[in-house]
Structures are given as C-alpha cells and as structure tokens.
Design a protein around this ligand. Structure first.
Ligand code: GRF
Length: 235
C-alpha cells in the first residue's frame, strides 16, 4: 500500500504565479563545495530559496568561511558542549526551528543524525552521497567503488531517514569508473556531478515539484533519460 503523500512546501495556489522562496539550512563539516553549489544556485536564481544559516560541528570548516563570504549566518556548535549525540542534535534542531527553515541540506556533514533529529523534520532533510546508492553506503564511497572494480559509480541525492544512506532517492548521476582510477581521480569526477544534482534536487524541492510515496520519489515536469541513452562501459 502506498504511504502518505508529501509535497514540498511550495504548492502553487489558485493559479498564482508567485513562488515563495524557501529557507534552507546547510549542515557541513568540511570544505563545503556542495554548500557553494547551493549558494550559487540561490544567488543565480535557479533555486527559489535562500540559505538562511550554515551550521558546522567543526570550527575550522571552510564551509563556515564560504557562508560568511556569501553574507550568510555561519554557526559553529561545539559537540563537546553536550553530554550526548542526542542532546547535541536537539540543540541543532532547536537552532534550525528558530530560523523557520523549510529544508535542511547535509553537505559533507560528518555526523550520523540521531533518530529524534530525523523525526523532527520528516522528508525535509536531504543528503548527497558519493556513490550510486544502495551501493557503497557509509564512508569512502569512492574508495569502495574503486576497490570493488565497478564500471560505473556516481552520486545520489536522497531524503534522509533513520538509516545511514537509506532514504528515498531523488536524483542520481552515473559516471564511468576506469581500471586505473584512484580514489582521488574518481572522487574528482563524481564531485562535479554532485554539484549539478544537488542544485537540481534543491530547486525541485523549492518549486514544490517533489512528491514522495513510500520509497518512491516523483518529480513533476522533469525530462527522464531515454532508453537509448543508456551508458555502456567499456563502450
Ligand atoms: C562529498 O563528496 C559528499 O558527497 C560527501 O562529502 C563530501 C563533501 O564535500 N557527503 P564538500 O564539503 O561538499 O566539498
């Protein structure tokens, strides 16, 4: 039986053309190139939204610097100030709620979210993973793909549920893997597409075009790949 239907927060009302901008929180622990892609998408008008806050568990994260440069609030929260993961997560969730956030984007956020955090924002948290899920979940998705010897890997934007990298898939990009690839060369190839698909997924959400039924994600008005466009590697 199909589960409940959820839509993005931007249902178009009564033929009105006005699209309200969504408020986005990005959680990042590192260099923040995916954050940058989302910031750029908002600035260039591709995403009808604004990044309202960037939150990091690492004081030195370059992601915080990117936020400041873009004139976005940069909030460092020290996990050491809390007695448990849940307590830290509830504090982060409170900070997010205070800012009336519509969408939370994990972008290289190196912490596993507690169930209580995920339950507070059902189908409002997205993550980017550097592999074609459900292959190679967890850490080092690119290294796992190289070691396994697959001919394709890629990246996945998905909603976050209570598992690790298990939530409903929104968009994937497939890239070829070559026999002489290293973790680094593959990671570089994948990263370019991470930026492309994360921007797109956030755009679709902000436009209210995403509908979720159980594990299935439907997106209004997209061009699906044609059967003849299947990839073969080696060609
Ligand atoms: C990316 O490879 C992303 O897929 C993974 O962590 C990395 C973050 O990179 N979740 P960046 O900080 O966005 O540059």
């Amino acid at each position: 039986m199909a589960g409940p239907v959820h839509r993005g927060s931007n249902e178009r009302e009564g033929g009105e053309n006005f699209m309200k901008k969504i408020r986005i929180a990005v959680l990042a622990s590192g260099r923040g190139t995916n954050l940058q892609a989302i910031l750029d998408g908002c600035r260039e008008g591709e995403i009808p939204g604004d990044v309202a806050v960037v939150i990091s568990d690492k004081e030195q994260a370059f992601a915080l610097e990117r936020a400041r440069k873009a004139g976005v609030e940069a909030l460092y929260i020290n996990p050491k100030g809390f007695s448990s993961r849940e307590e830290f997560d509830m504090h982060v969730a409170d900070e997010i709620e205070k800012r009336k956030i519509d969408l939370i984007c994990l972008a290289g956020y190196m912490r596993i979210l507690s169930a209580a955090f995920v339950q507070r924002f059902p189908l409002k948290i997205m993550n980017i993973h550097p592999a074609l899920l459900p292959s190679f979940p967890g850490l080092h998705g690119q290294r796992q793909a190289v070691d396994y010897g697959v001919r394709f890997s890629g990246c996945t934007v998905h909603f976050v549920d209570e598992g690790v990298d298990t939530g409903p898939v929104i968009i994937q990009a497939a890239v070829p893997v070559f026999p002489d690839d290293s973790e680094e060369t593959l990671a570089q190839r994948i990263l370019k597409y991470e930026h492309v698909i994360y921007r797109k997924a956030v755009k679709f959400f902000a436009e209210g075009r995403i509908k979720v039924e159980g594990r299935k994600v439907y997106i209004e008005g997209v061009q699906w790949l044609k059967e003849s466009e299947a990839l073969v590697n080696p060609a």
